[in-house]
Design a protein around this ligand. Structure first.
Ligand code: AMP
Length: 231
């Protein structure tokens, strides 16, 4: 197997901006953006057996069982476009998934290159998740604090009414953050102990966070950028 393939695991809570950052970063690095959430949504839309098995968990904001998730992601990683590595977003989300990934990579003589963790305060997570409003006519997205419409409840673009999506309720947000804290947060220590964790301050603008992520990935192999304290 070739040496030095790029395997980046992007860590962060729901609302930290992982999806946005991963899309931008994968394009710049020239590796596929592999999002387990997107893979599940494709299977849901396609009505596959896997999609049907995962649906009830996704609807409740719970994690899909490891066996299903690991098999789905491993199948994706075996595709030829993942030959030079991947940027993983939303996977692994449990210790069992992290270990399965390490074992699969080790089987090919590979290992995770780096695990950037986009850190955002719980206050900001909730504020970002809670404040989203969507136009029912043109789908423009607003945030009640960060990008409010000129007239409350009315779309600036088309004048349509704004609404909050079904999965944008305080109950779902609380559940997703709870699941993250219990099942996914331990991965921060897991990657810290392996010396792979890099903490990125996610409270900054999209461009600033992207620049910090690029620095971390492009600085691979250089000394002096050791794992920082993650709390
Ligand atoms: P996401 O788009 O990453 O927020 O994922 C949407 C939903 O898909 C999650 O709430 C989970 O139900 C499921 N999911 C995505 N990735 C995983 C994973 N690595 N392990 C278990 N469930 C996952």
């Amino acid at each position: 197997m070739a040496h030095g393939l790029l395997y980046v695991v992007l860590l962060g809570a729901p609302g930290a901006g992982k999806g946005t950052q991963a899309g931008l970063l994968a394009g710049r690095l020239g590796v596929p953006h592999v999002s387990s959430g997107d893979l599940f949504r494709e299977n849901l839309a396609g009505g596959t057996h896997l999609g049907r098995s995962a649906k009830s968990y996704i609807d409740k904001g719970e994690l899909v069982p490891d066996a299903i998730t690991i098999a789905m992601v491993m199948e994706r990683l075996a595709q030829p476009d993942c030959d030079k590595g991947v940027l993983l977003d939303g996977f692994p989300r449990t210790l069992a998934q992290a270990q399965a990934l390490d074992e699969a990579l080790a089987g090919n003589g590979q290992r995770i290159s780096v695990a950037p963790y986009i850190r955002v305060s719980e206050e900001t997570l909730l504020a970002r998740l809670a404040g989203r409003w969507t136009c029912q006519r043109c789908q423009a997205v607003y945030h009640q604090l960060f990008s409010p419409p000129r007239v409350p409840g009315v779309c600036d673009v088309c004048g349509g009414g704004l609404y909050q999506r079904a999965d944008d309720t305080p109950e779902t947000h609380k559940k997703r953050i709870e699941v993250y804290m219990v099942q996914t947060r331990p991965l921060i220590d897991y990657y810290r102990l392996l010396g792979l964790l890099r903490v990125i301050d996610g409270e900054r603008s999209v461009d600033e966070v992207q620049a910090a992520l690029l620095d971390v990935v492009q600085g691979l192999g250089e000394d002096g950028d050791r794992a920082q304290e993650a709390r």
